[in-house]
Design a protein. Structure first.
Ligand SMILES: C[S@@+](CC[C@H](N)C(=O)[O-])C[C@H]1O[C@@H](n2cnc3c(N)ncnc32)[C@H](O)[C@@H]1O
Length: 390
């Protein structure tokens, strides 16, 4: 398996390089409106923004800022395939203008525009982004009623173009089956509140780079890509920043396309390429190990597991996980200017392949479950679990 990743240093308001319907998933995070860091960039894009700010008209500035963003969302809708999804990470902003503290709800402004242009909104994810900033508590301290609650979450808006995607050919259906995630991953990932993003994976960047670029944690696009696309799909990020989505797509075995206005980021984006093979394989191995631990815990609780994965021969909870196979990365290279190519292993990671009889054979153990003691269950389960010990 191979994937391709293309980077364009162009304005995403006009993604002329992309034909209609060529993208399966969009994962992105635009510059947040009404965050002071971005005032200059927005005012360069539209002088009315600067004028509204200098007149202390926060709501007008907010609206003009979003009107600069709307054309990108129109392009996102055009290039998405029918049934394709857009996942937009966005935070709201709070700001004091003319001595009035107020919320600027970026997430609802974007959601409303997306619905206006015909995309269907799906339930959103809130992800917890704890802040330890000294000004965390704003307003009148301990005296009611003038204190403000702190924004410690961001949104992932999820929108779909048209109806559910249909997988018509046998080949596509097989790719979909191989792209399955684990049952226990589903239980965490498909919750509408993510408390565990921080610390799930090590970071691809040092903390200075992350702070300067407003990069999202690697796990955020990696998880969304794994949840909402299949191997070989094309993922677009119209606001590429330091390239986290592109790298997450490489790790997940998807193709990707990125747009970025700031040409000074080129060097930095490319500089992460030599790390991506080891970094991705580390995350993949972590997922497989965590599955091993999950299975072991279940056995220790005296529970059995019904299915066996065909590639790894390890136990899985549902039939849908029996074809699951996560391709490890073999090599990543820059094939031409701003085009990357990644090569993958087509075989499962050997250290996670269970060398034992499939669980279904062991399940024919004649000891009736009801009469067996917990100790007996544990012994039986012990037989089932040579779960990748590395
Ligand atoms: C919040 S950052 C994205 C960070 C990214 N998610 C990451 O992990 O690195 C937004 C990026 O969008 C870029 N940008 C802003 N307007 C753009 C436009 N119209 N077209 C392309 N890129 C744009 C900015 O230069 C900035 O690098």
């Amino acid at each position: 398996m191979e994937t391709n990743h293309n980077l364009f240093f162009k304005d995403a308001k006009k993604m002329d390089d992309l034909p209609d319907g060529c993208v399966d998933l969009v994962v992105t995070s635009p510059p947040y409106r009404m965050i002071e860091t971005w005032d200059e960039l927005f005012t360069q894009q539209n002088s009315r923004i600067g004028k509204a700010l200098s007149k202390n008209d926060g709501l007008l500035a907010f609206e003009w800022m979003h009107r600069e963003l709307d054309p990108v969302w129109n392009e996102v809708s055009r290039v998405l395939t029918k049934g394709g999804l857009a996942c937009i990470n966005i935070g709201d902003a709070t700001r004091t203008i003319n001595e009035r503290f107020s919320l600027y709800p970026n997430h609802s402004r974007i959601l409303t525009h997306m619905q206006k242009i015909g995309l269907f909104a799906l339930p959103v994810i809130l992800w917890r982004k704890q802040t330890n900033a000294p000004n965390k508590f704003m307003g009148s301290g301990m005296m009611p009623p003038g204190a403000y609650v702190t924004l410690e979450h961001e949104y992932v808006l999820i929108l779909r173009k048209g109806n559910k995607r249909i997988f018509k050919s046998d080949e596509n259906r097989q790719l979909r089956r191989e792209s399955a995630y684990f049952w226990e991953e589903r239980n965490t990932w498909f919750s509408d509140v993510w408390m565990d993003l921080k610390g799930t994976t090590q970071s691809l960047y040092d903390s200075r780079t992350r702070a300067r670029s407003a990069a999202f944690p690697f796990e955020l696009p990696y998880r969304l890509i794994t949840m909402f696309s299949v191997k070989g799909d094309t993922v677009l990020d119209p606001f590429v920043g330091v390239g986290t989505t592109l790298y997450a797509a490489m790790a997940a075995g998807r193709n990707s396309i990125g747009y970025e206005l700031d040409t000074s980021l080129e060097k930095q984006i490319i500089s992460h390429l030599p790390k991506i093979v080891a970094f991705s394989n580390n995350r993949i191995n972590q997922r497989l190990k965590m599955h091993g631990r999950f299975v072991q815990d279940r056995y220790e609780q005296g529970k059995t597991i019904k299915y066996t994965n065909k590639h790894y021969q390890f136990p899985v909870i549902t039939r849908q996980e029996t074809d699951l196979m996560i391709n490890g990365l073999k090599a990543a290279r820059l094939s031409e200017k701003n085009t990357f190519q990644v090569e993958y292993f087509d075989e499962p990671q050997s250290q996670f392949v269970e060398k034992r009889e499939p669980v279904s054979v062991l399940r024919s153990d004649p000891v009736p479950m009801k009469k067996s003691t917990l100790r007996k269950k544990k012994e039986k389960n012990h037989l089932q679990q040579s779960l990748f010990k590395p």
